[in-house]
Design a protein around this ligand. Sequence first.
Ligand SMILES: [Zn+2]
Length: 578
Amino acid sequence: MTLDTLARTGLAGAAPLMALLAIAVMPIACALRTGDRAADLILFNGRVVTLDPARPEAGALAIRDGVIAAIGDDRDVLALAGPATRTIDLAGAMALPGLIDAHGHIRSLGERLDSLDLRGVASVEEIARRVASRAGAGAAGDWITGGGWDQNLWPQQDFPDHRPLTSAAPERAVWLRRVDGHAGWASLKAMQAAGITAATPDPSGGTIRRDERGEPTGVFIDNAMDLVEAARPAASAARVRSWIRTALARLVESGLTEVHDAGVVEAEVEAFRDLADAGELPLRVYLMWSGMDSDPSDAEGLVRRLEARLARPPLVDYRDRLTLRAVKLMVDGAMGSRGAVFFADYADDPGNRGLLVTPPEAIERATALALRRGYQVCTHAIGDRGIYLALEAYEKALAASPAADPRLRIEHLQCVRGADLARLKRLGVIASMQPSHATSDMPWADDRVGAERGLGLYAWRWVLDAGVPIAAGSDFPVDPERPLVGIHAAVTRQDASGGPDGGWHPEQRMSLEEALAAYTLGGAFAAFQEDRKGRLAPGFWGDVTVIDRDLRPLPAAAILEAKVLYTIVGGSVAFERR
Ligand SMILES: [Zn+2]
């Protein structure tokens, strides 16, 4: 060893000496090689499930400089410890490659967490108390928002008026939506901001509730809610940043080491960059530019906006955390509201085949543009014809702008025709699917599409058997951000209480191993980084999720009871349960 090598590798002090001495007694695969420093972090006495075919299981792993340095038996790996190494005894817990949610909405999650959840609250007084507790936080101009109230749970069972809210937070506008989303409850300040008085007429399709003198009481029904909504100020940059921070903390607590954000605009990109600069991104974030933030049916406008956004080359691993190299498009709507586009009528709504959100020509042009600029395209497509049209657009765009490794994605892929699977495979398309959507939608999804099309609902088995990779996610905050909830849905197709018996369309279930792969390797592949994350192997990033029990021998219900103990990103402990 020369002085030169010493300087380059930063060897100094006692640790390397210990390590050098250890070489003699350690198997060569795990020994500290000449010039190596001690590990920064070692996990031992665990069930390390690597998803690496070369070594599927181990007891311990070591991370150095953000990268996995060794995987092996306790004795071998612990030999890499130095005086500054943090060692964690897993005591039989399961260590997995860091879990990745390939489709979520970070800002919306933060906004949801920041607003008052009033579901099940049994009195107006309790709601007022919760509003008052928020009155002092945030900027004076920020509205206090929330939802979930239901007057049927209160002793008097009448619609409320503005006074409890107005006195709880006299200086702040308060706006709370009813549990069904069909009514809103405003404080005086909110009504003043919206310019609503006794003279304001009811809009069509909406009612302003009034007292005997004709004064608005503070409750707005259906379209009348828009009068108040329209007055809500755009969130300040500081508020967006604080929502994102709140959401990120929740995400690492859920065991996620990476999230793909399905649609951001400039203000959010800026916020993520600032957080990355400040070292405040606790997990990896993979951003998709929104193709949905203005009228998506205007093809020219969409392409022009993307031209501007994609003028800059993709951002990859900025500050070891942030990537912006994708675009989110949306071909159709959702099945719940019968907006997803089908070849035939909705089974429960004859004459209705859904609504195209973005014209397929616009998807094709936007995709061709993105491919030329080195960006990936992720298109929301849910109904069988929506999926078909997205694939059609992808195929044309790929012909116009050939790319060596495009990895185009379909987001959701909720009701696919068996006939289209071969094309997904041929075009190399990734299926970005959300297992818990199946269990959320199963009460009504069969009614929407009928028996024949129903075979292709959330058809993970078909997709995997066709050789198409699945990147799993949750679409949080639509469904819970916890990957364990999604993994449970993937392997059971049952709700939390175990219904329906045997699972819903159980022939489409994944094995636990497939579900874990969809939440790790799948997301890594969808982010073009399967050579650095998605499995635990030497040289891969030190992204690890530790669950309190080995799920493999347990019944599937145990997945929902399991707890995340540690979330480790690039060797840093981003979350630990205390
Ligand atoms: Zn989404």
